[in-house]
Design a protein around this ligand. Sequence first.
Ligand SMILES: Cc1cc2nc3c(=O)[nH]c(=O)nc-3n(C[C@H](O)[C@H](O)[C@H](O)COP(=O)(O)OP(=O)(O)OC[C@H]3O[C@@H](n4cnc5c(N)ncnc54)[C@H](O)[C@@H]3O)c2cc1C
Length: 437
Amino acid sequence: MTTRRSVLLGASALAAQGWVAGCAAGGIDVVIVGAGIAGLTAARTLLDAGRSVVVLEARTRIGGRVDTRSLSGRPFDAGAAWLHGGAGNPLHAEAGRLGLRVEDLGTPDTWLYENARRATSDAEADFARTYAALADAVESAGSAGFDRPAAEVFTATGPDVTAAWAAYADLDFGVPPAELSTRDASAIEGGGAQSRIAGGMGRLVEALGRDIPVRLEWPVQRIGWTARSVVAVGIGGVVAARRAIITVPTGVLGSGGVVFDPPLPDRWIRAIQALPMGQYERAGHAIATPLPASAAGQALVMVGPTDAAWVEVEAGAQPLVVSAEGGAAARRLLSEGPAARRAFHDAAARALVGERAGEMVEEFVMSTWGADPHARGAYSAALPGRADQRAVLASPVEGRLWFAGEATSTAWAQQVTGAWESGREAARSVLAAIAAD
Ligand SMILES: Cc1cc2nc3c(=O)[nH]c(=O)nc-3n(C[C@H](O)[C@H](O)[C@H](O)COP(=O)(O)OP(=O)(O)OC[C@H]3O[C@@H](n4cnc5c(N)ncnc54)[C@H](O)[C@@H]3O)c2cc1C
């Protein structure tokens, strides 16, 4: 049946055939949209196979949601900081190949702070038991194939349950338990051991980005595509190619940040809608009073009855205090504004280091991924019932457009590892398509 909508789409597609074909002559092999981990990895894979690529990046820098800054001379990751899952994380080996040093931190103890002081050892043990029970309930449901809101599979209540949900759902997956898919949570790897790249995650970006042709400050506004070619259009001009790999976050795609002409088929539109962004923000500051090595560690700090922060303290002459908010708390604090966020981080830091938190060497540095037009959040969280949509988004659109990025990974979704793997996979799939031309 021909509906009015398909007639309109048909007209648009015909229009696209004309203008895209007009622009496409003499294009490169692949245009890549976004110079985060996925885009840079896709570009490297294609260049190594002898293909021509251009990467178009909206920001003034490469790296996307990896953003290593300097705080009092030490690296502070405003975005991704950790490689999760220990040596089982394939980026460990890749970092080694790239000549980067990986610092292995094992599985650090996590302290619990309530009412601005360390919880008793009984309360910490209760919390640890509840967290394990809740994680087990969610992951057992998900691995048995049930894709439901996580909140439905563990319905106990109490302060330790509130704290455990905040740690598990809001701070880990970026969404409150009612919005967390049991299947997504159970499929995502990366629990347990933590490592980080010496010098910050930005070192990985530098290594992956070496010699990649990136055009910065080149936001793509429109992608025209036909059965033979693709054109990316933005204020920077027009780039024509035979195929495209699009790595922008689902938050950008879902809000119409890139317009497709003709529109994407419904299957991919539904997949993008099923993978909205969760929220996670980091704030850091250096304090003037030295702290002993024993003060270094990680804590879950309850700031009030429901909100929680992860706080990490790095000891030394000018100790670094890094705190993070996620999920519902992050959403609310972002809407309340910078003063509310600063007060939250101040309270979280004071719980661990007391009045010394106020003796700052530099002002707080706070991320704002939720308000960032090129991210619109921290990482994708599949809606309950829709965890299978990651694989749909990863499938090529009519042999012309490929999506990559953390949202298209199933096992390493939300993480740099998923971005890296997906960039490589999309590029390999493009190479296979080129070989079959
Ligand atoms: C606060 C925070 C903490 C995190 N912590 C961790 C962690 O500890 N460990 C971990 O593994 N992961 C973590 N992550 C997630 C990790 O950062 C991401 O999964 C990963 O960096 C995503 O890479 P990507 O290439 O898929 O997307 P991105 O890095 O978002 O790259 C996409 C690129 O597309 C660009 N772009 C957007 N729109 C356009 C457009 N219209 N035209 C051109 N370019 C465009 C963007 O600027 C960006 O550079 C964290 C994320 C956040 C926000």
